[in-house]
Design a protein around this ligand. Structure first.
Ligand SMILES: Nc1ncnc2c1ncn2[C@@H]1O[C@H](COP(=O)(O)OP(=O)(O)OP(=O)(O)O)[C@@H](O)[C@H]1O
Ligand SMILES: [Mg+2]
Length: 255
């Protein structure tokens, strides 16, 4: 399997002056293979979100390199970087960040239309297919304030998928959901991953991380340890076993 994303000696420092400086990423090395599902866990404030933003080109690292799909993206212009994010990456956050002035289906289609690779009717067709796939085919015309949190997060997944990205980055994708909705949303993400999309997910939730092939424990700005669980087979129904293995491992790290 080829490496799709790699961070090499990645640093991120915040603060305008030397005195105010906080070093949040401290030389992170991480390689993610195509088709992998990697979860990042760790204490609040350890730098997980900062890592996600800097490895995905949403923010600029202070030092080191990010190689994405064979290309060093560290030195790209903002415009080049936003084209890569639009065409090759998908993003999901705790809150959906959908636009209030657009309907559900317009929100999902928007990045597809922006990318300009397909005619509008084809984008709308793809939008409909994605909504059907995640079980929100009947609410496409709805206002985003009139649907549930789970439906919004499904819509956010569709939006992330509309340009068939190589990788999806998610920061606490189930953070605002109850546990049954969370598991439905994660079933969808596992399914997407099984169909070949790479996933990098930051989460506090053991039930979410237990679905990943590999869990990274982040501590004080760097990777402290890794736990390999292997690909989760949704048919096998062994999530509980995986959770137990992960809990044991996390306890050893003082989580
Ligand atoms: N824009 C910023 N300016 C200054 N400091 C920042 C900025 N963003 C993050 N930090 C600092 O970096 C550290 C790591 O923050 P980050 O949000 O990456 O943590 P996290 O591991 O995602 O935490 P949580 O689990 O609570 O989401 C924190 O000390 C935070 O205050
Ligand atoms: Mg965070």
């Amino acid at each position: 399997m080829k490496t799709i994303l790699e961070a090499k000696n990645l640093y991120k420092t915040f603060g305008k002056s030397k005195e105010e400086e906080t070093v949040v990423l401290k030389g992170v090395n991480l390689a993610i293979k195509e088709g992998e599902f990697v979860a990042i866990m760790g204490q609040s404030g350890s730098g997980k979100s900062t890592l996600l933003y800097n490895i995905s080109g949403m923010d600029r690292p202070t030092g080191g390199q990010v190689i994405f799909d064979g290309e060093d993206i560290s030195g790209l212009s903002d415009e080049e970087m936003s084209q890569i994010r639009l065409n090759k990456m998908g993003f999901i956050f705790q809150h959906s960040h959908l636009l209030k002035t657009l309907s559900i289906k317009e929100n999902i289609a928007l990045p597809g239309i922006k990318a300009g690779k397909k005619p509008r009717n084809m984008v709308m067709n793809d939008t409909k297919k994605l909504m059907d796939r995640v079980g929100i085919g009947n609410i496409g015309g709805h206002d985003i304030t009139k649907v549930s949190g789970g439906q919004l997060q499904r819509a956010a997944i569709c939006r992330a998928l509309i340009n068939s990205p190589n990788i999806i980055f998610a920061d606490e994708p189930t953070g605002a959901l109850n546990s049954s909705t969370s598991s439905e949303v994660m079933n969808i993400l596992n399914d997407i991953n099984q169909n070949g999309t790479t996933l990098l997910v930051v989460t506090h939730d053991i039930k979410v991380a237990a679905r990943a092939d590999r869990v990274i424990y982040f501590s004080d700005g760097n990777i402290e340890a890794e736990c390999t669980l292997g690909k989760f087979n949704t048919q096998k129904n062994n999530l509980k076993e995986r959770e137990d293995e992960l809990i044991k491992w996390l306890k050893e790290r003082g989580f």
